[in-house]
Design a protein around this ligand. Structure first.
Ligand SMILES: [Fe+2]
Ligand SMILES: [Fe+2]
Length: 170
């Protein structure tokens, strides 16, 4: 992981928020979403900088742990406020990130492989709240396979073969 991405995590975590690191929607969850997304990307072809930034921002602006219908859009707009200062993405990649964050709780399925990978990675972490991920909620074939198995453990080794370093910097 690049030093720049580490520092971006520090900036986002340091921003005022309501939660502890281990809370249901806190940084520990963000880390698992990133791991899940990197595993899925080995088959889905998702754009790696976008999925890593989705993991960081998608729940970063939650105001509570319950009903918070606009938290995805706030996370997307928070990403926009830091773009060009602490990270950068080409316009078309940023649009994917913004859409993935904004609609991650409302959208059902998505055909774009990068957005689909983001949403599936989030939904594969439902085990933290005692819900077994349902294959029918997944957009990608790979996530359906993992959800059907009931655990991502057999695929954890794939995190090591993903190119994680080329983070798009400013
Ligand atoms: Fe969320
Ligand atoms: Fe989430």
């Amino acid at each position: 992981m690049s030093a720049q991405f580490d520092s971006l995590w520090s900036i986002v975590i340091a921003a005022p928020h309501h939660r502890e690191s281990h809370s249901v929607h806190g940084p520990d969850h963000w880390k698992r979403v990133e791991r899940n997304a990197l595993i899925l990307a080995t088959r889905t072809g998702a754009i790696v900088p976008v999925i890593r930034l989705f993991a960081l921002f998608h729940d970063s602006r939650r105001e509570n742990e319950n009903h918070d219908p606009n938290h995805g859009r706030r996370g997307a707009d928070f990403a926009r406020s830091l773009r060009g200062i602490h990270f950068d993405l080409p316009d078309d990649h940023f649009e994917l990130l913004h859409e993935a964050c904004t609609w991650h709780t409302d959208g059902k399925h998505h055909k774009n492989p990068t957005i689909a990978t983001c949403w599936d990675a989030d939904r594969l972490d439902l085990g933290r709240v005692g819900i077994v991920p349902d294959p029918s909620y997944m957009s990608t074939g790979f996530a359906k396979e993992i959800a059907s198995h009931g655990s991502i453990d057999p695929w954890l080794h794939l995190t090591h073969i993903v190119q994680t370093s080329p983070f798009t910097g400013i």
